[in-house]
Design a protein around this ligand. Structure first.
Ligand SMILES: Nc1ncnc2c1ncn2[C@@H]1O[C@H](COP(=O)(O)OP(=O)(O)OP(=O)(O)O)[C@@H](O)[C@H]1O
Ligand SMILES: [Mg+2]
Length: 346
């Protein structure tokens, strides 16, 4: 039997005891959970992490009484669900448990407001207006209440599903990837809301997530792999350096961004030395101009010959000098590879 990840006290709001879940399909079978024992203390906020297919959603569904284990027991507030009838399970889920499904599971024919009120309507109760207003405002849903799910974005649908799960103020909230469709700011707001309800109302929260930043809001992280508990981490508060580097990554402009940035050191150096290059180019142009003047002088000399070097020699000398200067200067400019600038860096 594997090591159990037990809640620190016996006041667990939810507990899986040696739970195995095997799905049978056609001729095959998939072991989604393999002898898992894990407890969740009342009033605690726990994150469950693990690779895709590791059994996270399966565990959440079993804890919520939405499915039954193949072997083992699920205890909710001390009650073993194994012996509970369907009606008792339904009442328990309605009154004590809020579930945020990975796929939201909103009713398509109801508006956002009707979806949020649904659990209360099914129980024949009306929601506390102040709490409902607080939830709707905190989740940024005020403008979307009259819309049906098909007319809402994924993030808005997810927030409606969260409001629906929280509206009854359940003792146990089971949330499957509740920030999966949210942008980072909205996700942070939601996690702060969950932290506050856990702290202020003693609600127990079990949240599945792939996101380490989301998990860091919890007091404890339980890790699953291949249907087994492989470890846990308590008080996973992010370190200041992690937060700082995360902020840096978030704020860093994407490649190709049109934003203005201070140039990198080497670019700054090149910008600084650009006037020097202009001087070199001017020197080349001057050399070419001198060559032209020399050629014109040669032509006029051949029309009235003088003593001294023959005309061809004079021509070669007068043309060669500036050309050599020009070639040297051009070679110097073109030959300066990026890596060759290092000696000029401050
Ligand atoms: N209803 C089902 N019928 C058959 N197999 C299932 C069923 N539900 C889950 N499984 C299988 O059980 C295993 C665990 O699935 P589960 O949905 O719990 O994983 P998960 O950790 O939530 O993954 P993800 O991160 O992708 O949501 C997987 O191999 C999955 O294919
Ligand atoms: Mg899942």
């Amino acid at each position: 039997m594997q090591a159990a990840a037990e809640a620190p006290t016996d006041t667990a709001a939810a507990r899986a005891v040696e739970v195995t879940k095997i799905y049978r399909q056609g001729g095959g079978a998939v072991t989604a959970l393999d002898d898992v024992s894990v407890g969740f203390g009342a009033g605690t906020f726990t994150a469950i992490m693990g690779p895709s297919g590791s059994g996270k959603s399966t565990l959440l569904h079993l804890l919520g009484g939405l499915d039954r284990p193949t072997r083992g027991q699920i205890h909710l507030q001390g009650h073993d669900l194994s012996g509970a009838g369907q009606r008792a399970l339904t009442v328990l889920r309605r009154d004590r448990i809020g579930v945020v499904f990975q796929a939201y599971n909103l009713l398509p024919t109801l508006t956002a407001a009707e979806n949020i009120r649904l659990p209360m309507a099914l129980a024949g109760r009306t929601p506390d207006p102040a709490w409902l207003e607080h939830l709707v405002a905190s989740l940024g849903l005020t403008s979307w209440l009259g819309r049906r799910p098909a007319k809402l974005s994924s993030g808005q649908q997810q927030r409606v599903a969260i409001a629906r799960a929280l509206v009854t103020r359940p003792a146990l909230l089971l949330a499957d990837e509740p920030t999966g469709a949210l942008d980072s700011a909205t996700g942070a707001d939601l996690l702060a809301l969950l932290q506050a309800t856990c702290r202020d109302t003693g609600q127990t929260i079990v949240m599945v997530t792939h996101d380490p930043r989301a998990a860091s809001y919890a007091q404890r992280i339980v890790f699953l792999a291949d249907g087994r508990v492989t470890g846990e981490l308590t008080d996973p508060t992010p370190t200041p350096s992690w937060t700082a580097s995360d902020r840096w990554n978030a704020e860093r402009p994407r490649e190709g961004s049109a934003m203005n940035h201070p140039p990198a050191p080497r670019d700054a150096h090149r910008a600084k030395h650009r006037p020097g290059r202009a001087v070199l180019i001017l020197a080349i142009l001057a050399g070419c101009a001198a060559t032209l003047v020399a050629l014109l002088a040669l032509i006029s000399t051949t029309e009235s010959p003088v003593d001294g070097p023959s005309a061809p020699v004079l021509a070669v000398a007068m043309v060669a000098a500036p050309v050599v200067v020009a070639v040297v200067l051009i070679a110097r400019v073109l030959g300066r590879e990026p890596g060759r600038d290092d000696d000029l860096l401050p």
